[in-house]
Design a protein around this ligand. Structure first.
Ligand SMILES: Nc1ncnc2c1ncn2[C@@H]1O[C@H](COP(=O)(O)OP(=O)(O)OP(=O)(O)O)[C@@H](O)[C@H]1O
Length: 380
């Protein structure tokens, strides 16, 4: 059979480029196509270095040509990897810097209920156990949960005098200083906030609070990607964002939107990486068995597609849920696999924060002052 170059190109147009809306021909990834009888040679260049992306590209090309053009075609794919052109604009810190707070990290998810608050709480206590000074700002106006997760539901922040001004003193639990929008609303009260209102309340919790010196302030954002997020984020000097997703397709689609939100020009907050929550379930009586209830590796693949660091995975474990409900984050369970999983994720977050700060003025850079902090960064 005589293979036509134009048919090959048409077949290649059915393949989309990971992380982009375009197909391989449109995006310029296909550099050349040569046809010699039954033999087709495709020169292709991609930006993603991962083995998986290379394999996926090659397999997609073979499949498309075999399916759309000629099933017995002999195909040779010459694949080259080139670093993506770095955008001219460096991520910048928005809003005015907060004296004494070195890094503000937002934890976000596109979809609700994927474990964003659970990851936030455990990230905060793990950072604190590593020796960092940590604050947690629960900005989830739709369902603040920090007061439950840290067993401080009956507490209220007190007013203290700092340099002649009254300030709100965060409530401390497990070494983490906490302020939550939940302190100011009744648990059964439905709160309807507009973006500017929420941003104002949060601004007060940040600027009119006696946080003291913090290495990290972790912000639990509401789920979703609406106006309210824009208001919150444009008023906060965020260092970076962590996106949490389950491997499920619907959650991933929303996580992708979440990443896009941070990356859009008006926000431009670097995404430090993606955490895959509820990655699998292992029954205690069969610990070797892994059941991928919500799908396999979805968030890991998404991070590869978007060229964003993968920060790690957390299994679905009953005691993570129980720990959240009784108000003692699961990462406090010393010597367990759960504690270790949170340590690994937290180390990655610290590493990515340091890496990101290298690209910014030194005043914004994180100061690692503790030995625990150093080992968190240096250990792989
Ligand atoms: N890895 C896990 N294993 C078991 N249960 C989990 C895990 N992660 C989260 N959960 C549970 O799932 C529920 C939802 O988690 P969480 O409240 O953290 O989600 P969220 O994304 O913050 O939700 P929201 O939409 O309210 O912001 C909670 O009951 C929590 O304890």
């Amino acid at each position: 059979m005589k293979i036509e170059k134009k048919d090959v190109l048409k077949a290649l147009e059915t393949i989309s480029v990971p992380g982009e809306g375009q197909n391989m021909v449109e995006s310029g990834a296909i550099k050349n196509v040569l046809v010699f009888g039954d033999e087709v040679v495709v020169d292709v260049t991609i930006n993603n270095h991962s083995l998986q992306a290379k394999k996926k590209t090659e397999v997609s090309i073979l499949q498309a040509i075999h399916k759309e053009v000629y099933e017995k075609a002999q195909i040779k794919v010459n694949l080259k990897v080139e670093a993506a052109a770095t955008p001219d604009k460096k991520p910048e810190i928005k809003g005015k810097p907060i004296p004494g707070i070195d890094n503000i990290i937002a934890v976000a998810s596109g979809k609700g209920g994927v474990g964003k608050s659970t990851v936030t709480a455990n990230l905060a206590v793990t950072l604190s156990k590593m020796g960092f000074k940590v604050g947690l700002l629960d900005a989830d106006i739709y369902g603040p949960s920090a007061t439950i997760m840290f067993d401080i539901i009956n507490e209220k922040p007190l007013s203290v005098n700092v340099d002649g001004k009254s300030k709100m003193k965060p409530v401390e639990s497990y070494g983490v200083k906490i302020l939550s929008i939940g302190f100011f609303t009744q648990p059964d009260q439905a709160v309807v906030w507009r973006g500017p209102m929420a941003a104002k309340a949060l601004n007060q919790m940040i600027f009119d609070a006696a946080w003291g010196n913090l290495d990290f302030l972790i912000v639990d954002l509401p789920p979703g990607t609406g106006d309210i997020h824009l208001s919150i984020m444009q008023s906060l000097p965020l260092t970076g964002a962590v996106v949490v997703s389950t491997p499920q397709t619907v959650a991933l689609a929303d996580a992708r939107k979440g990443v896009a939100m941070f990356q859009q020009e008006s926000i431009n907050v670097p995404v430090l990486g993606i955490v895959e929550n509820m990655a699998y379930f292992s029954p205690p009586e069969l610990p070797e068995n892994r059941y991928h209830i919500f799908g396999k590796d979805g968030a890991r693949n998404l991070s590869e597609d978007l060229n964003i660091p993968f920060l790690g995975e957390l299994p679905l474990i009953q005691s993570i849920r129980e720990a959240g409900d009784i108000g003692r984050p699961a990462a406090m369970q010393e010597g367990t696999d759960i504690e270790n999983a949170f340590i690994e994720i937290t180390k990655k977050v610290v590493q990515e924060t340091v890496r990101r700060n290298d690209a910014l003025p030194p005043t914004k850079a994180i100061e690692i002052t503790t030995m625990a902090g150093c080992s968190a960064v240096n250990k792989k």
